[in-house]
Design a protein around this ligand. Structure first.
Ligand code: AMP
Length: 216
């Protein structure tokens, strides 16, 4: 099963990807995670990507297309994969389709999580991450026991630069302008399933599962 998860930042793509990894035994390919790892390792690509990421803008197409093309050829993608955060522009979607054609593969389904933008801003701007162990919290929905301190390891909690409110609003605008056209794109390909993303995590999960069961 080759899947694409579409939806604005904070829509729950990563959370749903975790279930799909277990259910289908296929890897998640998150360009956001791969770029963050490159930034952390200080690679040339990471250095190039950091400024775009911190301001909430997209990293140039050729950079992400290159890393996805390489990743899709790894052995663990032979039974399928879940693309999370890619494609994000029409040129990326075209490049993906070309790459898959060369690999004799195709996308089986694209899942678009539809959401309320104001609620999303609240979700993202309230996120905190442990600076040491990486555990995730939310000021409203999943607060740490002590404010600003990781309940698991006691280290300081930080806010990702791209989760700051102003950056979040910019990311939403970037999504609306550059990524939303992909909903239409995959409707035209005939593989799009729109799923309400503001329901509970379990409801979203079972709606995705139902859509994939009935996927032609
Ligand atoms: P994410 O964790 O998917 O929200 O990605 C975090 C940031 O990484 C985004 O705001 C972009 O700057 C960059 N990024 C991730 N995926 C892509 C992509 N497919 N195209 C361009 N930039 C991306």
């Amino acid at each position: 099963m080759n899947l694409i998860l579409l939806g604005p930042p904070g829509a729950g793509k990563g959370t749903q990807a975790q279930y799909l990894i277990e259910k289908y035994g296929i890897p998640q390919i998150s360009t956001g995670d791969m770029l963050r790892a490159a930034v952390k390792d200080g690679t040339p690509m990471g250095l190039k990507a950091k400024a775009c990421m911190d301001s909430g803008n997209l990293v140039p197409d050729e950079v992400v297309i290159g890393i996805v093309r390489e990743r899709l050829q790894k052995d663990d993608c032979s039974q399928g994969f879940i693309l999370d955060g890619f494609p994000r522009t029409v040129p990326q979607a075209d490049a993906l389709s070309e790459t898959l054609q060369q690999l004799n593969k195709k996308i089986d389904a694209a899942i678009a999580l539809t959401v309320d933008i104001e609620a999303l801003v609240e979700r993202l701007a309230g996120r905190r991450t442990c600076s040491a162990c990486g555990a995730g919290y939310h000021l409203l929905y999943d607060p740490p026991r002590e404010s600003g301190v990781c309940t698991k390891c006691g280290a300081t909690l930080i806010q990702r630069d791209d989760d700051k409110e102003e950056t979040v609003r910019n990311r939403m605008q970037v999504y609306a302008q550059q990524t939303l056209p992909l909903v239409e794109y995959y409707i035209n390909v005939g593989i799009l399933h729109e799923i309400a993303g503001m329901d509970s995590i379990e409801t979203v999960r079972s709606n995705i599962e139902a859509a994939l069961r009935n996927n032609p």
